[in-house]
Write a protein that binds this ligand. Structure first.
Ligand code: KDO
Length: 334
């Protein structure tokens, strides 16, 4: 090699190195951000599921996404996630039926107690034609796409002091904490209690200090958030088979390639599956755990609760906007 070609080669190598140097951060920057916000505590299954989503996506689409998991409502307050997504400040979240119902009134059917029977029924309803129709309305009105249905668990009552509870009348005057929207408060009142709004992150302290008399949540959440440390009774009302929906903003969704859409959907579904399987398994074991923690376990007259709650909803304005025949179709889904 003569001196000139030596020089040329050196120059080329130097340019390549410089290009690589520039290309490296550019590549990092070009990763698609997927910011997640959840009020869940880190030890709960629907918090851990986000790591499953992140890992699954990293395997199927290496280096393409920058998944950022924010728990404990550290990024956005509980219930404000849909607005953050609409503003373009958040890409992914697990949204509840209660938050969908604010803009898609038909969704309030799933905020009513004793509508969904169990986790299997829930998956069949949302993975079938009813889910397709309602998720389309959610996409049209809220500009977000639902990717998977998460079983949050079956909500039970959890009281600070022991009291006899057989029917809704026994909850008269009980300050039952509910998340702070009218749909949630309606459910608390329908149970016979005095619904009191409070953010999830404040419930432990509220129970400890007595600003509230009780809270309702699925057992795995009561375990993960350590509510058993500050309560004395569990009342197994089974009043709501609760759902969360892994949802992505349409702005982010529409910017993905078909392959990326497939990968993100598969990762969301893997996350939901991880949550659902673990939560169902844990739910079946937790009554014993709470008993060991010293809580009194009460089995109320669930039929009395069901009847009273269903009648309250049937009389309400919510039922007026439920599409004709929807409750029958939900009931007939097997
Ligand atoms: C709660 O605040 O009781 C609730 O269970 C409501 C759910 O919709 C969901 O926001 C959940 O909290 C959080 O994910 C914390 O577990």
């Amino acid at each position: 090699m003569n001196t000139a070609s030596h020089l040329r080669r050196g120059l080329l190598l130097a340019c390549a190195a410089a290009f690589c140097g520039l290309a490296q951060p550019a590549l990092a920057q070009s990763k698609i951000p997927l910011r997640i916000s959840s009020p869940a505590v880190p030890d709960d299954w629907h918090a851990k599921m986000w790591t499953v989503l992140k890992d699954t996506l990293e395997k199927s689409a290496p280096q393409q996404f920058d998944v950022q998991i924010n728990l404990n409502a550290s990024l956005f307050k509980q219930g404000t996630e849909p607005a953050a997504m609409a503003r373009g400040n958040l890409e992914l979240a697990s949204i509840s039926a209660f938050d969908f119902a604010k803009l898609v009134p038909a969704f309030s059917i799933f905020t009513a107690g004793y509508v969904i029977r169990d986790p299997q029924h829930q998956q069949k309803v949302f993975n079938g034609p009813i889910g397709t129709e309602l998720f389309k309305a959610v996409s049209d009105k809220m500009d977000v796409t639902v990717l998977a249905t998460v079983y949050l668990g079956t909500r039970q009552l959890n009281l600070r002091e022991v009291r006899p509870v057989r029917t809704p009348a026994d909850l008269k005057g009980v300050k039952l904490r509910m998340p702070g929207t009218k749909e949630w408060l309606f459910l608390g009142d329908a149970l016979g209690a005095t619904a009191t709004p409070l953010a999830f992150s404040e419930v432990y302290l509220g129970l400890k200090t007595g600003t509230i008399d009780g809270q309702d949540n699925p057992l795995p959440t009561a375990r993960a958030a350590k509510f058993y440390e500050v309560t004395k009774q569990l009342v197994l009302t089974q009043h709501l088979v609760d759902s969360l929906f892994i949802t992505i903003s349409n702005k982010s969704w529409n910017a993905l390639t078909p392959a990326q859409k497939q990968n993100v959907t598969a990762a969301a579904q893997a996350a939901a599956k991880f949550n659902n399987e673990n939560r169902i398994k844990e739910e079946s074991q937790l009554v014993d755990f709470f008993r060991q923690q010293g809580l009194q376990i009460s089995t109320p007259d669930v039929e009395a609760f069901r009847k009273s709650v269903q009648e309250t909803y049937a009389r309400s304005d919510y039922a007026k906007v439920w599409p004709a025949g929807l409750i029958e179709r939900i009931n007939a889904t097997r």
